[in-house]
Design a protein around this ligand. Structure first.
Ligand SMILES: NC(=O)c1ccc[n+]([C@@H]2O[C@H](COP(=O)([O-])OP(=O)(O)OC[C@H]3O[C@@H](n4cnc5c(N)ncnc54)[C@H](OP(=O)(O)O)[C@@H]3O)[C@@H](O)[C@H]2O)c1
Length: 295
């Protein structure tokens, strides 16, 4: 039986994809958390695409989800070679090896400048950072090279994360330890529950959809308001949380301020599959995350 190759199985989204695909998943990563996983490092395949011959020669692959990428936005500024390999050239090499089967690449609202979000698929991109630039290059190259490619842009992904890296984990850790936390009130986007992102990506692929889709949650709000809602639901005191501006944070990579994504195209395409809008509101998502991590 053909399986779905999931590159980046150690990450937040890769974990959710593998869980939902169950026995149909063929997980791959650069750090093998399970001996049965395949070894795929995007930097290595960017430099030597023929490394993939063995993967596709030895396994019956029915589709590919490229969930891996250079996701540390600030590190991308100081390590553009990693960003280029993991967000553009590595995924492109993977797509070129899989032109006969469906291929999903994940991108970001950081392809936009944040002057006028939330954005629809036809808005003109203008990335402000290496992360956004290399993701946009990856999107464009993959759509040109692969006739069935699906590019799914998302933003502010949260939910259960085996590496505990997303915003909710940081918020819970710092505030429950009584530590201060500075949260920008001028960065707006739509938080996206990771299980929903996995479910819609699988559904799009299985419905034979191709091209560009925005896939983000329904609530458009600032990072600070997201944090305040989480405090209320999780019973954390926001007293040590400071509302700051993005310039005050002096982050290495520029952020789109009015970012975020409009997912109307996704909602319409998947209405026959889900019978409703597929992305849960943040209030539900925060509660579901708390239940999933047994708070
Ligand atoms: N999280 C968000 O808010 C967000 C927003 C917009 C778009 N996205 C996109 O959605 C996708 C999934 O994000 P996520 O939240 O699941 O990210 P994540 O938890 O940071 O996972 C990233 C994955 O990429 C892997 N990776 C990094 N460099 C690699 C390399 N050279 N070769 C192979 N694997 C490599 C990581 O492996 P290790 O475990 O070994 O580090 C990890 O499995 C990414 O493409 C990301 O850009 C995410």
């Amino acid at each position: 039986m053909p399986k779905y190759l999931i590159v980046g199985a150690s990450g937040q989204l890769g974990t959710a994809l593998a869980a939902q695909l169950g026995g149909e998943a063929l997980p791959a990563a650069r750090r093998l958390l399970n001996p049965a996983w395949l070894d795929i490092d995007l930097e290595n395949i960017a430099a030597q695409p023929s490394l993939l011959d063995r993967v596709f020669g030895e396994h019956e692959v029915g589709g590919v989800f490229c969930a891996a990428g250079a996701t540390n936005v600030d590190r991308c500024e100081s390590d553009p070679a990693w960003a280029e390999a993991a967000n553009h050239l590595g995924p492109l090499a993977l797509a070129k090896h899989a032109t006969a089967i469906p291929f999903v690449f994940f991108s970001t609202d950081y392809v936009f400048d944040g002057a006028a979000g939330p954005y629809t698929e036809d808005a003109a991109p203008r990335p402000l950072s290496q992360y956004g630039r290399t993701k946009l290059e990856g999107e464009q190259a993959i759509l040109a090279a692969h006739p069935q490619a699906l590019v799914v842009r998302t933003t502010t992904v949260y939910g259960p994360d085996p590496q505990g890296k997303n915003f909710l984990y940081t918020l819970r850790r710092l505030l429950s330890e009584g530590k201060p936390m500075r949260v920008p009130a001028d960065q707006l986007a739509n938080p996206t529950y990771v299980d929903d992102l996995a479910a819609v990506s699988i559904a799009l692929l299985q419905a034979g959809q191709t091209g560009l889709f925005h896939a983000a949650g329904p609530d458009f709000l600032s990072r600070y308001d997201f944090a305040l809602q989480a405090c209320g639901i999780l019973g954390l005191s926001p007293a040590r949380m400071a509302s700051v501006t993005t310039p005050e944070l002096a982050q290495p990579a520029a952020r789109p301020l009015l970012g975020g994504l409009v997912s109307a195209r996704l909602d319409a395409a998947l209405l026959p599959v889900f019978g409703r809008k597929p992305m849960r509101p943040i209030e539900q998502g925060i509660r579901d995350w708390a239940a999933a991590v047994s708070l």
